[in-house]
Ligand binder design. Structure first.
Ligand code: ADP
Length: 268
């Protein structure tokens, strides 16, 4: 779990009307679904929104062992006494924070029991172990992200709950925006960034057979950061794009061919 209070606004380049939609939903006390593939700006967006709305942000990276108790809290033994310790969701509900459940589909199905009454108009968190139900403090906002490719918990959310949530779609960025972001985040020359982005976009166009996910903005930034350290774009893309995307040698060869076509071997 990561809890953030920032001194300056996280760098976020708006793509459409997502900031307006988020802020409108926040003011109405609605929950928000961020849909889209990994590495396309969802986390950065929530960080920027938390800053603008002046709310603390509590982020939980969901995984398949995540239980309701991990989110809500549990009794722990401390110095011979049992003591209740709030989980991140309970803290967010009490503090009026934005609670961001990243990759919520990974969480176990039983977590939907607590998410239901929080996500809909009730804005309540039942804490069974304490025998109480908390009303969410003003400013609390439940935000979940997921990759529509693999649904589980969300499929399990009742239609009535889903329909009380507001969805914001994320996708791959337009080339000129992505170039600007890669240059900014990696601290490299815009021309070098443009070269990496053209390569990334080529991978997305061919949807290389055998790749679970295509190249995200995140991996292009990672390649850019290696270029900033003096690696050639080719070496950087092999290490930061081809390696993470696949273990398959045929697919790797295909990617390396593309790297040699799109990227230079001159160090950055
Ligand atoms: P996700 O949460 O969708 O997996 P992230 O928010 O971590 O993705 O995005 C990956 C990286 O891409 C971020 O660290 C950020 O550097 C960059 N990024 C993506 N979209 C944007 C954007 N619109 N504005 C600024 N940076 C962005």
């Amino acid at each position: 779990m990561i809890s953030t209070d920032r001194a300056s606004r996280p760098y976020y380049v708006p793509i459409g009307n997502e900031e307006h939609v988020f802020k409108a939903a926040f003011r109405q006390g609605m929950s928000i679904l961020l849909k889209g593939p990994t590495g396309c700006g969802k986390t950065r967006f929530v960080e920027a929104m938390a800053y603008d709305l002046d709310r603390p942000l509590i982020t939980v990276a969901c995984h398949d062992d995540l239980t309701t108790a991990d989110l809500v809290g549990r009794f722990l033994l401390r110095g011979g006494e049992t003591e209740w310790v709030d989980g991140p969701l309970t803290r967010a509900v009490r503090e009026g924070a934005i609670c961001y459940l990243d990759e919520v589909v990974e969480a176990r199905q039983d977590t939907t029991v607590v998410l239901h009454p929080l996500a809909d108009h009730r804005r309540q968190l039942p804490i069974e172990r304490l025998g109480l139900t908390l009303d969410a403090a003003p400013g609390f906002c439940l935000v979940v992200s997921y990759n529509p490719g693999y649904q589980s918990v969300l499929k399990d959310l009742k239609e009535s709950t889903r329909q009380r949530m507001v969805a914001i779609e994320f996708g791959f960025l337009p080339a000129e925006v992505e170039e600007k972001i890669v240059a900014h985040e990696a601290g490299i020359d815009p021309k070098r960034a443009a070269e990496l982005v053209r390569f990334g976009q080529a991978i997305r166009r061919i949807e290389t057979a055998g790749l679970r996910e295509v190249a995200s903005t995140r991996v292009l930034i990672a390649a850019g950061r290696l270029v900033a350290e003096g690696l050639s774009p080719r070496a950087a893309a092999r290490a930061a794009v081809a390696g993470p995307l696949t273990d398959d040698s045929t697919v790797t060869n295909g990617l390396v061919e593309m790297i040699n076509v799109y990227l230079s071997d001159q160090p950055g």
